[in-house]
Write a protein that binds this ligand. Structure first.
Ligand SMILES: Nc1ncnc2c1ncn2[C@@H]1O[C@H](COP(=O)(O)OP(=O)(O)OP(=O)(O)O)[C@@H](O)[C@H]1O
Ligand SMILES: [Mg+2]
Length: 301
């Protein structure tokens, strides 16, 4: 079995930000000096694969290399019976883990926004599971049933039950535990009261469902724009943007907070000197980020 640390991005709710945060995580880890492979299990929609293609197109037109992960996409099997399909999909997934894992510190896996065999399988291999969710009661409903009047948490819901079943599968199979992180995405800059209620409910659910929460991502147009170029916020400084906007600086902080929560240094050792220097020089150029950079160092030492 691969020694790479597997980070799965999952949520049965479509459009919650799985592919966007998966891409940002993969590139942020690469830029810290780790080797990274990526797997797209939502090959039909293929957002992560398209994101990578856009990145390669960008590289070609810019005529210079930019750090990119080794990427694989796995299609749904077309075998005749369900059991043949599942065998084939399991084989493909294991092959991808072996292929990428032989050289990678981390494998980042993007899953579809629906429940299917490949997604459940990937969840059962997640050393870290990251679940981005939008700030809505509909998104919360996939994690827990909530009493509409008292806001008491009544029971786990479909997605958290599935995660906990796969968590048990992993523990039984490998003897290792999954670290489950829920990250709020597209946080509105207004609606302070709604934000507060969702935050409180999420804390309550986390105790029942067994996840931890990290500060989330704001609603930012830049995420949509970057997709077309195949770039992430972490690339901006190198790609012709000397002066980042306040929104871009804040968004980079948010990405770093997620990386800190994942804890690459704790999992795979210190960043490589070349990239540590790179990070340090970014820090000086961009003072607003220095406290956060420090936190990365501290949290992972
Ligand atoms: N923080 C954000 N601010 C603004 N737009 C965002 C943000 N995060 C994601 N988006 C946009 O939301 C849309 C859905 O994001 P994404 O494709 O990452 O979600 P997903 O969970 O992978 O969706 P699916 O379940 O369909 O695979 C995209 O257009 C993306 O650019
Ligand atoms: Mg997606």
């Amino acid at each position: 079995m691969t020694q790479a640390h597997i980070i799965v991005f999952g949520n049965e709710k479509g459009g919650s930000g799985k592919s966007t945060t998966a891409m940002h995580t993969a590139i942020a880890l690469l830029r810290l000096g780790y080797t990274v492979g990526t797997i797209d299990l939502d090959a039909r929609q293929g957002t992560l694969t398209r994101y990578m293609k856009n990145r390669f197109d960008y590289m070609r037109s810019a005529q210079k290399p930019i750090l990119s992960p080794a990427h694989m996409a796995i299609n749904k099997s077309r075998a005749e019976t369900v059991s043949e399909q599942q065998d084939e999909e399991r084989d493909f997934f294991m092959m991808a883990l072996e292929e990428l894992g032989s050289a990678a510190d981390f494998i980042v896996v993007d899953t579809p926004g629906t429940d299917n065999f490949l997604s459940r399988l990937a969840h059962s291999y997640a050393d870290t599971l990251v679940t981005p969710m939008n700030d809505s009661f509909i998104d919360l409903d996939l994690l827990a049933r909530i009493d509409p009047n008292s806001h008491d948490i009544l029971s786990p819901s479909v997605y958290s039950s599935m995660v906990n079943a796969q968590r048990d599968t992993k523990l039984e199979r490998d003897g290792t535990r999954m670290d489950w992180i829920v990250v709020r995405n597209r946080l509105a800059h207004i609606e302070a009261n709604n934000k507060k209620i969702i935050g409180e409910l999420l804390e309550k659910i986390s105790r029942l469902a067994g996840f931890r929460t990290v500060p989330g991502f704001g609603e930012r147009v830049v995420f949509k724009e970057l997709f077309l170029k195949g770039l992430t916020l972490m690339d901006l400084k190198d790609e012709s943007k000397d002066n980042l906007t306040l929104s871009e600086i804040a968004a980079r902080q948010e990405v770093r907070q997620l990386i800190t929560a994942i804890g690459p240094e704790r999992l795979k050792g210190p960043v490589k000197p070349r990239h540590a220097m790179k990070a340090a020089s970014e820090q000086t150029l961009d003072p607003a980020q220095s406290p956060d950079q420090e936190k990365i160092q501290n949290a992972q030492s």
